[in-house]
Ligand binder design. Structure first.
Ligand code: F2R
Ligand code: MG
Ligand code: MG
Length: 349
């Protein structure tokens, strides 16, 4: 489809859900041979009865809350979104949440709470979380808002409900920007795509809070920009090993060690690669490659799946994968409604 077409919206949301469900199998694994990944993925083709539904985790559970809040309110409403996170956690606490964030989710359910950003600020001795929990649920912000300033502003605020460290919420901004540009077809020119992300993130990471957080965590200034430059270096190399990707970019639970990695996976898999089946399309290659990294596979595949889905569109999603993943059908319906919201004329102008 054309830029910001319904097909790209469906691809982005279903891609995110698929990455979460398919990646759950290997989350936390140190080494994942590609043979095992392909066995896992190809097994889905043969499951014609559909009796082995792969469940979604916190990544999709929280994304659903973001979608439902944006669709119900028609705008970003921090109280409503916070309430939905808390209620989702209360009803289904076993979706594999991070060990720190559950304290925030419990506090957010208190009727006496007046500032919904306060529990996140109290995390980790007041330093806030740098986990990737804000980034893993960020895709709806790219699908609800068209205007670049709104995309950045609401992605940041949406993440700050649980992640007050800039290395957490700026990861969410980066992930949202990647989906925003992919929706517009920007991945057709990969070098321009990565340059645009770097230039946007130079603005995002230029404030005092980001500088102070980076210093406190012994990271260089502009930490996400530094990682995106590494992505660029890896893109220019002829051959890149999995070990190199992990050592240069990471595969962990921190946003800094997973959002740039997810972006690299999408860029690397734009072309056929040795070790990946020839019959695989780009979205299938991306998901398989993310799983073979090990580490935080559900979240890296969820974020890369959203970006790749926004690029390739819904036709790139194998029906057998979609049938096996909990929440994938529902994501189709959200995509249609978010597409309407995105293309709605601005109010009051
Ligand atoms: N939690 C997981 N997977 C591991 C266990 C799964 C399940 N419980 C099981 O038993 O199998 N996956 C999910 O968590 C990630 C998103 O986490 P989020 O929402 O960012 O959580 P949190 O707790 O805020 O941060 C995660 C961890 O990062 C470390 N951390 C963060 N900020 C820190 C800081 N300022 N100082 C020190 N450490 C910090 C902590 O270890 C946090 O617990 C996704 O992968 C999702 O899939
Ligand atoms: Mg998860
Ligand atoms: Mg995870």
């Amino acid at each position: 489809g054309g830029t910001a077409s319904i097909s790209r919206f469906r691809g982005a949301l279903v891609g995110a859900v698929l990455g979460d469900c398919l990646g759950g199998e290997f989350e936390g694994a140190e080494e994942v041979p590609m043979d095992r990944v392909l066995q896992h993925l190809n097994g889905l083709d043969h499951d014609t009865r559909g009796d082995s539904i792969l469940q979604y985790s916190d990544d999709t559970a929280m994304t659903r809350c973001v979608v439902q809040s944006l669709l119900t309110r028609g705008e970003f409403d921090q109280q409503d979104m916070a309430h939905r996170f808390a209620e989702e956690y209360r009803q289904a606490p076993g979706r594999g949440y991070g060990s720190g964030v559950v304290q925030v989710l419990r506090k957010l359910s208190s009727p006496r709470l007046s500032d919904v950003f306060q529990p996140a600020r109290a995390q980790f001795g007041g330093r806030g979380s740098f986990g990737n929990g804000g980034a893993m649920r960020a895709v709806p912000f790219a699908l609800a808002f068209r205007n670049l300033a709104d995309v950045k502003r609401y992605a940041r605020l949406g993440a700050m409900l649980t992640h007050s460290c800039s290395l957490g919420y700026n990861g969410a901004v980066l992930q949202t920007l990647a989906v925003h540009y992919a929706l517009q077809g920007a991945l057709a020119v990969p070098q321009a795509f990565i340059n645009r992300l770097i230039s946007e993130m130079e603005g995002v990471e230029g404030d005092d809070q980001a500088r102070n957080d980076a210093r406190a965590l012994n990271e260089p200034e502009f930490p996400f920009c530094a990682r995106l430059h590494k992505v660029k270096d890896l893109m220019e190399q002829n051959a890149v090993s999995i070990e190199e990707v992990i050592s240069e970019l990471g595969n962990g639970i921190a946003a800094l060690h997973s959002v740039p990695t997810a972006i690299f996976c999408v860029l690397h898999c734009l072309e056929p690669r040795a070790g990946l089946p020839e019959q695989y399309g780009g979205l299938e290659r991306t998901v398989a490659y993310c799983l073979a990294l090990g580490g935080d596979t559900d979240t890296i595949a969820c974020m890369a799946g959203a970006i790749a889905g926004a690029h390739y569109g819904a036709d790139a999603i194998p029906p057998s994968w979609q049938r096996c993943c909990e929440g994938a059908e529902e994501a189709e319906a959200w995509a249609h409604r978010l597409h309407l919201l995105y293309h709605q004329p601005p109010q009051g102008g």
